[in-house]
Design a protein around this ligand. Structure first.
Ligand SMILES: [Zn+2]
Length: 505
C-alpha cells in the first residue's frame, strides 16, 4: 500500500472520535534530515505546510489535523532555484516541466542570454491562464529589445535614438516585473552593441531596483575583456551583476580560475556586487556561429582556433544539423572523415551550408555541444562563495544539463568527489540563487516562506542524462512540492500546475 494511503487511513481512524472527518489542514513532513538552505547543519525536525506556505519547523509530535508524511531516510531541502534557465523556449508545450521538477527545481529564471519572452506582461498573463508546474521569473532581454527596435538592421552599434527606444521598452518590462536586464553579448544581435549601450540600459534597470545578468561577450578569445565589461557595468550602472554559466573554456585559459576569482573578489571589495552561476559539465551547447566571434566564417585562421584552441575535432559534437541530418550525433572529426576534408575546412563548410538554410527563413538549423572546460576549474569555481548552480538547460534540449544538472552536482561533485559539504551545496542551489535573483520568500525552509520543497536521497542521487540520451530522468529525487502542491513523485510528474509568475519584488 502506498505510504500516502496508510497516512490517510491513520488520519481517518483518528478522526473517528470526532465526526464528521475533516479535510486535513495541511501536511507535516516528519523524520527527514532537514537542510534549511542557510548552510547550517541538518536537523531532524518536522516541516509543517498549510496551503502554499511553510507554517512550522518544529520538534515533537506533529499537531492534530495534518496529513503526516514519513520522510525518514531522506533529506528535505528548499526546492532548487535555477538562475539561468532556457525553460521559456517551450514551457507551454511542457507544462509539467519534467526536466526541471525531476531534478528538484521548483523555480526557473528565464529571459537569459538577452532573449526574453516579450512583452513580459503578456507572458506573465499567459502563465496565470495556462499555469505550469514550476515558478517562473524573467529578465528583460537586451537582444529582444534590439530586435524590436532595430529588426534586421542589427549588425552595428545602436544610435542614441534607438537606445532611447530600447530604454522605453525596458521601462515597460521592468514595470511588468522583470528581475532586471539580461544580455547575451556573444550572440546576435547583442554582439554588435557597444559597452555604452549596455551601460545605458543597465542604468534604467538599476533605477527600478533591478539587476543585470549576462552571457559575456566572449567565453574564450577575449574572455578577460568580457569580464572587465561586466564589472564596468556594475561599477557604472550601480546594480548587482551576474556572470551566467561561468567557465574557462579555451586551452590558454584552463587553470586560470584563481586569476578570475581574484578579479571578482577585488571587484566586490570595491563595492560591485558581482555574482555568478555554473553548470557541472565540461561541455557547453550553443550554435556553431559562436565559434567565430567576428562572424568571419570563411577565415581559416579562426576555424583553426575554434578546432584547436576552443575545443578539439573529437570534442565538437553536432546534435542538430538540418542540412544533413545524417551528421546529427556525430563529432566534427567523424564528419570530417565522412566528407574527406580536414576539420577546419569541414567546420567552415558546415557553417556555410547552415547559414544558407537559415537565409531561407528556416529556424533551429544547427547546434553544437563542445568540450572546452576542465574539471579542476569547475570544482574550484563551484566553491567560490558567490557561485550558485544553474542548468543553462531547456525542457526539451539536446544537452543533458536540461535534466541532469542538480543530481549530477549532488551525486558526482558533492558525494563522490566531496568538493563541498552537503549543507553548503544546498545553500548554493537554494538561498544563494534566491538572493542573487532578489526572491525573498523562497530558497529557505522557515515559517512564512513559500512551500517549495524537494525530498531527496543524498546517498543515491545521480544524473542519468547523457549527450546520447539527454532526457533520461535522474534517480534519487523522491518528491517535489511547488507552493505546497506535489508535482513530482515515483519518477513521474503529478499533472498539477501550481507554479506562479514571480515578479520583481
Ligand atoms: Zn548563455
Amino acid at each position: 500500500m502506498p505510504r500516502r494511503m496508510l497516512v490517510l487511513l491513520a488520519l481517518g481512524l483518528a478522526a473517528c472520535a470526532a465526526t464528521p472527518p475533516e479535510a486535513p489542514r495541511g501536511f507535516v513532513l516528519v523524520k527527514a534530515s532537514v537542510l534549511d538552505g542557510s548552510g547550517s547543519d541538518a536537523r531532524t525536525v518536522n516541516v509543517r505546510v498549510e496551503g502554499d506556505t511553510i507554517v512550522g519547523v518544529e520538534e515533537g509530535e506533529p499537531p492534530q489535523g495534518y496529513e503526516v508524511i514519513d520522510a525518514s531516510g531522506f533529506t528535505l531541502a528548499p526546492g532548487f532555484i535555477d538562475p539561468h534557465s532556457h525553460g521559456d523556449d517551450d514551457l507551454f508545450d511542457h507544462r509539467d516541466a519534467l526536466a526541471a521538477v525531476s531534478q528538484g527545481i521548483t523555480t526557473i529564471v528565464v529571459g537569459q542570454d538577452g532573449e526574453a519572452p516579450f512583452p513580459l506582461a503578456e507572458f506573465f498573463q499567459q502563465l496565470s491562464t495556462t499555469p505550469v508546474a514550476v515558478n517562473v521569473a524573467s529578465y528583460a532581454g537586451h537582444g529582444t529589445l534590439r530586435d524590436q527596435v532595430m529588426g534586421e538592421d542589427f549588425r552595428r552599434a545602436a544610435t542614441e535614438e534607438e537606445i532611447e527606444k530600447m530604454r522605453q521598452l525596458l521601462i515597460e518590462e521592468m514595470n511588468s516585473g522583470a528581475l532586471g536586464f539580461g544580455t547575451g553579448l556573444e550572440y546576435d544581435p547583442g554582439i554588435y552593441s557597444e559597452r555604452s549601450e549596455v551601460v545605458a540600459l543597465a542604468r534604467e534597470a538599476a533605477s527600478w531596483g533591478g539587476r543585470y545578468i549576462s552571457h559575456l561577450r566572449s567565453e574564450d578569445r577575449t574572455f578577460w575583456d568580457a569580464v572587465d565589461e561586466i564589472l564596468a557595468v556594475g561599477r557604472q550602472a550601480h546594480l548587482p551583476v551576474q556572470i551566467s554559466h561561468a567557465k574557462l573554456a579555451m586551452k590558454n585559459l584552463l587553470g586560470q580560475t584563481d586569476r578570475l576569482i581574484a578579479l571578482l573578489d577585488a571587484a566586490r571589495a570595491e563595492g560591485i556586487e558581482v555574482n555568478a552561476d555554473i553548470y557541472p559539465y565540461t561541455y557547453w551547447q550553443s550554435t556553431l556561429t559562436v565559434l567565430f566571434p567576428k562572424r568571419d566564417f570563411e577565415d581559416r585562421k579562426e576555424a583553426e582556433i575554434a578546432v584547436r584552441q576552443v575545443s578539439t575535432p573529437e570534442g565538437i559534437l553536432i546534435p542538430r544539423y538540418k542540412p544533413e541530418p545524417a551528421y546529427e550525433g556525430k563529432t566534427l572529426a567523424e564528419i570530417a572523415a565522412l566528407r574527406g576534408t580536414d576539420p577546419e575546412e569541414t567546420l567552415m563548410d558546415l557553417i556555410r551550408e547552415a547559414e544558407a538554410m537559415k537565409a531561407t527563413g528556416e529556424e533551429n538549423v544547427e547546434s553544437v555541444i563542445a568540450t572546452s572546460m576542465d574539471e579542476a576549474d569547475i570544482e574550484k569555481l563551484m566553491k567560490w562563495e558567490h557561485m550558485s548552480l544553474s542548468t543553462d538547460g531547456e525542457l526539451d534540449g539536446a544537452h543533458p544539463r536540461g535534466f541532469g544538472t542538480y543530481p549530477r552536482f549532488f551525486g558526482r561533485y558533492v558525494r563522490e568527489r566531496q568538493v563541498m559539504a552537503l549543507a553548503q551545496a544546498v545553500q548554493k542551489t537554494t538561498s544563494l540563487p534566491a538572493a542573487q535573483m532578489g526572491l525573498s520568500n523562497r530558497g529557505r525552509i522557515a515559517p512564512g516562506l513559500k512551500a517549495d520543497l524537494v525530498l531527496f536521497d543524498p546517498g543515491t542521487v545521480i544524473d542519468r542524462a547523457t549527450p546520447s540520451d539527454p532526457h533520461a530522468v535522474s534517480t534519487g529525487i523522491d518528491r517535489v512540492w511547488v507552493n505546497g502542491v506535489l508535482v513530482f513523485e515515483d519518477g513521474k510528474t503529478t499533472g498539477q500546475y501550481p507554479g506562479r509568475a514571480l515578479r520583481r519584488e
